[in-house]
Design a protein around this ligand. Sequence first.
Ligand code: ADP
Ligand code: ZN
Length: 729
Amino acid sequence: MKDFFDQGDLVAVQTTQPLDRLLDYKAPAGGCHVGAFVEVPLGPRKVIGVVWGPGKGDYDRSKIRSVIRVLDVAPMREEMQGFLERAAAYTLTPMSAMLRLATRAPGLSDPPSMRKVYRPGAGEPDRMTDARARVMAALAEYGGLSFTLKELSQAAGVTPSVVKGLVKQGVVREEDTPRDVPFPYLDVDFGGKDLTGDQAGAVATLNVGISAGTYGTTLLRGVTGSGKTEVYLEAVAESLRQKRQALVLLPEIALTAEFMTRVEARFGAKPAEWHSGVTMTERRRAWKMVGQGGAQLVVGARSALFLPFLDLGLIVVDEEHDTSYKQEDSVLYNARDMAVLRASLCSAQVILASATPSLESWANADAGKYTKLELTARFGTAVLPKMRALDMRGVQLPSNRWISPELAGAVKSRVENGEQALLFINRRGYAPVTICRACGFQIGCDHCDARMVEHRFLKRLICHQCGESKPIPEACPSCQAEGKLAAVGPGVERLTEEATELFPDARIATLSSDLFGSARALKAGIENIAEGGADIIIGTQLVAKGHNFPLLTLVGVIDADLGLQGSDLRAAERTFQLMRQVSGRAGRADKPGEAILQTYQPEHPVIRAILAGEEEAFWKAEADERRRAGVPPYGRMAGIILSAPDVQTVFDLGTELARRDGPLRQVGAQVFGPAPAPIARIRGRHRVRLLVKAPKGVALQQAVAKWIGGVRPGNNVRLTVDIDPQSFY
Ligand code: ADP
Ligand code: ZN
């Protein structure tokens, strides 16, 4: 294909605007390459787009406008174009939305911005003062490095005017340099550890694929603390040795800080970071440097997959089973699957790391599609915690109490020993339900069919669906009775209250994502706990994910049955993963750990499998069940969510879809529904779901596209397709 267009040639441009086609423009003065990022006129506006290929020329040539200019960023590579197209086809997402994902950095259309830096100049100041001498000393000490004005005046302890005075005399040089500078060089020989035999074996296997420069996916399974991170950091090193870039995806921003420190210890410098907690300036820098090869390694959230890597050789998906890899709004994609897609298109290796893999990955490894690597022992003297169930059926607890005397006793003795205990409950807030004891009314959200959750620390009721919040009322909104509103059920805040009464002398820390104002505050909180700043940690899911608390020896799960309720097809898998992960927090250093699971269903197969530690048996049983039911990973599914302000409209459309299921039946797929979604109203929009089930191996996306193409949703109706749905809310 032609890859350069001279001025006036027709080019097809993909924009970020929701028009589902390419637009023809004339190439600008100087011409442009395929993949060039450009600014084009669209009606009265100027928008960003990418030159996708030659223009179609099926439009009146005299009306075709010219590309305004080519932006000063690296052109999109052909491989990235291909990735976006394949990802769009897989998720049934318009290309414009894919391109928005791939350009989520501010100021891409701005001219390269410059900043002033200061270095040693020539000669001596006319008059040497103390302050001036300190500036000279600071410059000399750091040799050839350049400073910003703020850095230099701070390093020398002088006001900026002292530096400016020296600039006037030429003793200090002021220069303009690009603001977006490459990330510091990562030295692969800086700080490697001596690996255990198991670890070294895993690294050797991984390095074969990485040095061959081919595609391949490896499932790296190992108990928490077995050194999976050490192993994949060595794989990153091998990728860097091959002069190819690496990407490490983490499921939780709160984990990044700790991980950045580990990367720095290994490679002598910090890599690029990409997630919602990064400043806009740093985002733009990362985006640009990734494209120019000025960033060897990116550590980030799922959207980092859409960065314009120059030559990506390795993608690590850490905690690959984590549900946060599935994006649940705008473009519905699963970063784990997209990582595999992207790697297959750019001849890169993928490492999926987990102590408790998703059944999808387990099945792929079992079928030989993925290489399987296993680390079986914990590093050093650390051993896996002993686990036991605490049968709650015989325990008489006063109302509004959730910690059984036996668990309380275990916590007490650990704390007295100078060890830490974790009480785990996977529910944010104070109480999930607020009920009026006079009339039975439950406070719900005005815009969603969901109960408002009391957050006592914030003194508000919050809707976990739409984020709406209101003060906790004095009187019942329904019957106006005063003082009758009661909190029902436990959340992490309420558990903290109970623990404070039970253990008045203990230092208690509550870890829940909403209780910290910023990622930095959360990081500080976690570090403080790790250093022994708390005796008892009360936490949500947040603590299950990879933090290292060396003093922690007891984990108490308040309600092990919580995840087993509900009809989600992955309920068993999720509970199994979460319980294993949380229990894995205990006994990471030299003291043996213990995990106690409070349960009302001790003979439930999932609880039994958790306790027995018979992982392989659990996966096999779960796989058999899914295979029999023909559901993922042994069948395909797609969800359709229809929403509109009017309930009749969505049901009518849903019924019409269900009736016109010809394109689905052609491939042997079946449609179920329409049914009200479990949360039947969000933000004032009524929601209806349809579920498509298909045998594995059929062209599901094409059939679904044809099927929904046959109906016309009216104004105000939103139709969302969720391929491989993970949650069914
Ligand atoms: P995982 O990622 O499987 O949970 P980590 O890689 O975090 O395990 O390892 C657990 C702990 O053991 C970490 O503190 C890590 O630095 C340490 N560790 C693992 N392997 C080694 C090794 N070969 N040499 C020194 N320390 C190690
Ligand atoms: Zn709401």
